[in-house]
Design a protein around this ligand. Structure first.
Ligand SMILES: [Mg+2]
Ligand SMILES: [Zn+2]
Length: 408
């Protein structure tokens, strides 16, 4: 597994602090951002790091020479760009140094991430490019991603495009985090010697000759970009072991029902027509408290998909929109899980393959089992929160506690 760090940035907005140093050498506590990234990569058991630098490259090389003895298990190589070719141009210039597939980390990120999980997910999806995305509290200067079912990226909205229109329209504030999985072939096909990788992703989504497979990986794990003085000082105020939702760390879970639990039971189940109404303030307050110790997962039965009442894409958009409402209430959802199946046949537009008795329709435990295969869950302290007999039964089947949302 190879991790590539793009450390070529100057950090124009940080220069009042950096005083001539490149952005990747910005300090967090006693260390630089770059060293924090190297530590994180070491924790992930990744052995190969390629650091691509450009602006003040000699300073970066000197820094690496100073610290590399502390990370003896790592094979660190450095590639120096001849001229600033942009984020995509840098990768194109370093093409011969890239593995067949690799993780890319922007040099201005402070992260605590399960990197192998992202790498393996990219491989599992056979992605040409996989974008790690998360809710952002600064959508106005982030690239936003439009999501579809099955982890496909529908659109990529560049930060300089007409942001207001996007924000007040249909898409939730899900930002591109600056961590990626790429196939080398993607870089080779689309990147020129002078280009921006975000621009390339944006334009490749409408490429008529060769449409790449572009997926997303949603995460609630810890990723902070330090692009501005305010954000850098924010991170410096954090404890150096900040509270993390890093998926490697064991923590209890809340399996949270949706309809009639977080939002009013919609009469019209078509997600396009559901107005999000967080009616249950007591539940919201409880979730805010619990989120300090528990990961929260939405788990919902959505038989309307099998019945042909609505499309998975619309449901995915609805779930992530709901998540953004919760995010603005300080509730960070770690994942969205739904069962699209339904056992009985006889609906006009039904989808045959989904008309099955499955293991994921609540009260069956399939969704909880899937979550537990993807996260490190401590079941003893986990519980189900819901409103129906199915939720109650699910808790029973999982042998965990049940909280009736309507009796809070
Ligand atoms: Mg319900
Ligand atoms: Zn199912």
């Amino acid at each position: 597994m190879q991790a590539v760090i793009l450390a070529g940035g100057k950090g124009t907005r940080l220069q009042s602090l950096l005083k001539g140093k490149p952005k990747c050498l910005a300090p967090i506590g006693q260390k630089t951002i770059l060293e924090h990234q190297i530590i994180e990569i070491t924790k992930s058991n990744i052995q190969n790091i390629l650091i691509i630098c450009c602006y003040e490259s000699q300073q970066v090389i000197n820094h690496i020479n100073q610290i590399k003895d502390n990370y003896k298990s790592l094979n660190i190589s450095v590639f120096v760009e001849d001229y600033p070719g942009g984020t995509g141009g840098a990768l194109a210039a370093a093409l011969n140094k890239l593995n067949k597939d690799f993780l890319l980390i922007m040099g201005d990120l402070f992260i605590s991430l399960n990197l192998p999980k992202i790498y393996n997910f990219g491989r599992k999806c056979d992605s040409d490019a996989l974008l790690v995305c998360k809710y952002t509290d600064h959508p106005e200067d982030s690239d936003l991603i439009g999501l579809m079912a099955n982890n496909y990226v529908k659109n990529f909205f560049l930060r300089d495009e007409n942001r207001n229109q996007i924000m007040h329209n249909k898409i939730p504030p899900i930002g591109n985090s600056g961590v990626f999985y790429f196939k080398k072939e993607f870089i080779k096909t689309f990147c020129t010697e002078l280009c921006d990788i975000h621009q390339i992703i944006f334009s490749s989504l409408s490429n008529k000759v060769k449409l790449p497979r572009i997926n997303y990986f949603f995460t609630a794990e810890f990723i902070k970009d330090l692009g501005s003085v305010e954000r850098l000082s924010e991170v410096n105020k954090l404890n150096l072991l900040p509270y993390q939702m890093d998926s490697r760390i064991k923590s209890p879970a809340i399996f949270l029902d949706k309809d009639n639990t977080i939002i009013k039971d919609p009469k019209d189940k078509n997600p396009r027509n559901i107005k999000i109404d967080l009616f249950n303030r007591r539940l919201i307050n409880l979730l805010v408290k619990l989120n300090k110790t528990h990961r929260i997962f939405i788990t919902t039965n959505q038989p309307g998909i099998a019945k042909g009442f609505f499309k998975e894409d619309d449901l995915v958009n609805h779930l992530f929109t709901l998540g953004s409402h919760l995010f603005s209430e300080n509730i960070n959802i770690s994942g969205f899980y739904f069962c699209p199946h339904h056992p009985q046949k006889g609906f006009e537009n039904e989808i045959k393959e989904l008309k099955i008795s499955c293991n994921c329709r609540k009260p069956n435990p399939g969704m909880c089992e899937k979550i537990s295969s993807e996260f490190n869950i401590e079941f003893e302290k986990s519980f189900v929160i819901g409103d129906s007999i199915r939720d109650f039964q699910l808790a029973k089947n999982m042998n965990i506690k049940f909280i009736n949302a309507l009796q809070l």
